[in-house]
Design a protein. Sequence first.
Length: 162
Amino acid sequence: MFKILAVLSIVVGALSAKSGSGSCSSSGKAAVRFPALDKFFTLVMGLSLAVLTLTGFYAVLLGHHLTGYLLICHTGCGGAFAGSLALLALLRAEAESCGCKCLLWTLVIGGLGVTLTAVVMMQPWFGPHGQEMLVELHRYSSLLAVVGGLGCCGPLLRAKSA
């Protein structure tokens, strides 16, 4: 079931990135206060989300576990993702149109779920069943983050800075 949802979420996110390019510009709204910083953190967010998506979904879709270099890449990009997500949310929260604001907050909520489950999984608080539940929650939260990220970061990177 998760494999089907993963493929559908990537397709939906890609379609929203393609069709949402006009709705994610800052026309009619206040300009971004720091456009170069915004563009930089959007780039960091997009690249780290791409690496996280490729490494995580590769393992799930092919039935593998994250091990070795893929796991190192995945966890290494997680910090960049969490940091750029927080800063991008602060920079972009008021400057978005309604459609892109929904995609941005989908990305933020999914990213928060991904980050929290990743941190909690590192703690010895839960047994094997709890760890499996956290992994599933991590996977489904990542679907939200991917849809929001594809729909929001792509158009923001293409938009001209004010």
